[in-house]
Ligand binder design. Sequence first.
Ligand code: 3HC
Length: 383
Amino acid sequence: MKVADIKKIAVMGAGDMGHGIAEVALLAGYKVAMRDIEQRFIDKGLSRIKESLDKLVEKQKITEENKKAMLANLQTFIDIGESVKDADFVIEAVPEIMDLKKQVFQALDAAAPKHAILASNTSTMSITEIASATKKPKQVVGMHFFNPPVLMKLVEVIKGKKTSEATMQLTYDLALRMNKVPVRIEKDSPGFIYNRITAPTNILLGLMLERGVATPVEIDARMKRAGAPMGPYELMDYIGLDVSYHIARNFSERLSRDHEPASWLKAKVDAGELGKKTGRGIYDWSKGRPEIDLSKAKEDFDPTVFTALQVNEATKLLEEGVVKSANDIDKAMINGGGVAAGPFQLAKEIGYDKLAKICDDLAQKFGIKTFEPTRTLKRGRVP
Ligand code: 3HC
């Protein structure tokens, strides 16, 4: 199958990511089937697609006629078999629970046409393990979008152990057709690029709050003043504290116990305070996006610590052969997080020796092995 042969895309899940991915596919001109397990989830996803398309009409990015045509291209389903029976490409965006993903892939394998590619939008999980639930692992791939899918450009295209080159290329080409910036991940590894590189930063954010080093507003205001589109705690609320929690648990099981979620994060998730989606998380979202008071910025907090941890983790991906080049990593981080420069571009300006020293100091101060500088960082010679 070539990308031009893809006519219909099915999306499993109508939540934060599912409805956004369905919208991206509609904007690219595809017929779309969006499936969820209950009508109320479908209705919510549908109204969010309509709201977002209305915004695009308002901004004259699309016309009212385009919007109507896109909505006419969208069908919704509860029955999984019905939703994929004539799909050429399926993108799964169900909650981050491995058993659930496997159940869904087993059902997709049974119901989707033989030629269909089965992609997972998982944030961190093993594509190889998800593919093991099917009889066609060559046609299973990772296709990881970023939140909000309609605005963020990055799509990580992830090769499971058995994914064929034809499946990788087709998925890459589809991401291009969706007006996205795809980056290939050559080796199935926890968190792929973006979530893996930001994982040590999340450990530090957890520790800072736990130990009372700073408040979320102080750090978020500091980071926004430094040019970040959102503060890091605000971003956690935006993507969902349950998502942050699942990501951290996955890393804790597969990379190091250093990633075990902070107790305050677990308490928030247990209390159902998940951030934007529930109206309350680290911040109050009941009246919309929280106002971060920039005058509260913690002036003595140096954002270079985040850069140091990110560059360090990025060198691990190069050492492990997960990604081909430092350029691909910079491209992913710029387009995934809406920032101006990637970690290696920043490293060249700051100096590898300075970054290695920061990582060393953080590792000592917090007793976290994950923060220790890699050989590549210490040598300052990035391949
Ligand atoms: N559809 C259409 N338009 C939308 C929209 C949507 N869903 N959401 C926002 N917009 C529009 C707004 O209307 C606004 O338009 P305007 O400029 O004409 O007024 C514009 O986008 C900007 O929105 P806002 O003014 O509300 O806010 P920002 O300027 O801060 O932009 C943002 C919003 C693009 C989300 C920006 O804050 C950002 O880039 N944040 C970082 C997001 C990020 O890092 N995402 C990655 C998270 S990690 C992840 O997803 C991985 C996963 O596995 C966990």
